[in-house]
Design a binder for this molecule. Structure first.
Ligand code: ADP
Ligand code: MG
Length: 209
């Protein structure tokens, strides 16, 4: 199955539903090491992404992701809004004008999203952020794609890797974002942004399965 505008739109819709369903969990993760708004930020951001896609009715998967990113940036507060907004916009631009793309191109777009987040936020792996979920996810996606695997298998591997990356944030001390103000007291909790990244990648696996 190729990744086209319909699948890209379904991804955003499924991400919105997943974040809504887990909004309270994202909020409580952020209440532990931040300010407790991550669930609300993500719910608002993905709702705005869906609205922007519906208004523009983009015909390519690249334009769908750019529309999603613009919707998120326009409506989401917090650190995560600009980070996710840039990530989706950069992923969309990486897809170009193609009507549909296969796994290697989608893998390159996910890598572009990761690069955008790292450039904007300055975080690296180990800093206890969404980068800790997305970095292993991109590597896992690209490994399956390089072997000729379909998008569904690559996305499932990416979601599993993100989940492991999320678990690996628990013993880390935050070095970026609001949680870093807690110093060693940030240890012992999952990073909320790594949790939302895992939900978004699981949604990609669901809609491409
Ligand atoms: P805020 O921290 O402004 O309240 P959110 O609560 O919505 O924003 O998002 C917090 C999440 O954003 C963190 O859990 C972390 O994953 C991510 N984050 C914060 N700062 C950075 C950064 N500089 N680089 C990457 N991710 C970051
Ligand atoms: Mg917060």
């Amino acid at each position: 199955m190729a990744f086209d505008a319909q699948t890209a739109t379904a991804w955003i819709t499924a991400s919105e539903a997943a974040v809504k369903a887990d909004e309270a969990r994202l909020t409580s993760l952020d209440a532990a090491i931040g300010d407790g708004d991550h669930g609300a930020n993500m719910a608002r951001g993905l709702a705005a992404a869906s609205t922007n896609i519906a208004e523009r009715a983009p015909s390519t998967p690249g334009d769908v992701l750019v529309a999603a990113g613009r919707g998120i940036v326009a409506k989401t507060g917090g650190a995560s809004g600009p980070l996710y907004g840039s990530a989706f916009r950069r992923a969309g631009k990486a897809l170009g004008d193609a009507a549909s793309v296969e796994a290697p191109v989608l893998g390159a777009a996910l890598e572009a999203a990761l690069t955008a987040i790292k450039e904007l936020g300055g975080a690296n792996e180990g800093d206890k952020t969404m980068v800790d979920a997305l970095t292993p996810a991109v590597a896992a996606f690209q490994a399956v794609a390089a072997d000729g695997g379909p998008i569904a298998a690559a996305a499932a591997a990416a979601a599993d890797a993100a989940e492991q990356g999320l678990s690996a944030t628990v013993p880390l001390q935050a070095r970026k974002g609001r949680a870093s103000y807690l110093g060693p007291r940030s240890i012992g909790h999952e990073d909320p942004g790594a949790a939302s990244t895992t939900l978004i990648l699981r949604a990609l696996a669901e809609v491409t399965a």
